[in-house]
Design a protein around this ligand. Structure first.
Ligand SMILES: [Zn+2]
Length: 79
């Protein structure tokens, strides 16, 4: 009944088995529900992960993309 899909790979599974992931894009905070497999991949790609309190889950993973990445370079090209 309460089947939900992972927002990354689209696999359907109960909400209980999805993990909440939080990250910032510019000034806005993005929340996504992903399966444990996707969470592993996201954590591997990110430079830092810390636990935070989620809105849909009791615990969420906050992803930091770190500094010195491509995002900074694209900002610099504006000037
Ligand atoms: Zn997934």
């Amino acid at each position: 009944m309460d089947k939900t899909a992972c927002t990354r790979c689209g696999r359907e599974m109960p909400l209980k088995r999805l993990k909440e992931v939080v990250h910032e894009e510019g000034r806005s905070r993005i929340r996504r529900l992903v399966c444990s497999i996707c969470l592993d991949q996201i954590m591997n790609e990110s430079s830092r992960v810390r636990g935070v309190v989620g809105t849909q889950k009791a615990a969420a993973a906050h992803i930091d993309h770190g500094v010195g990445s491509g995002e900074r370079q694209s900002l610099g090209q504006r000037g």
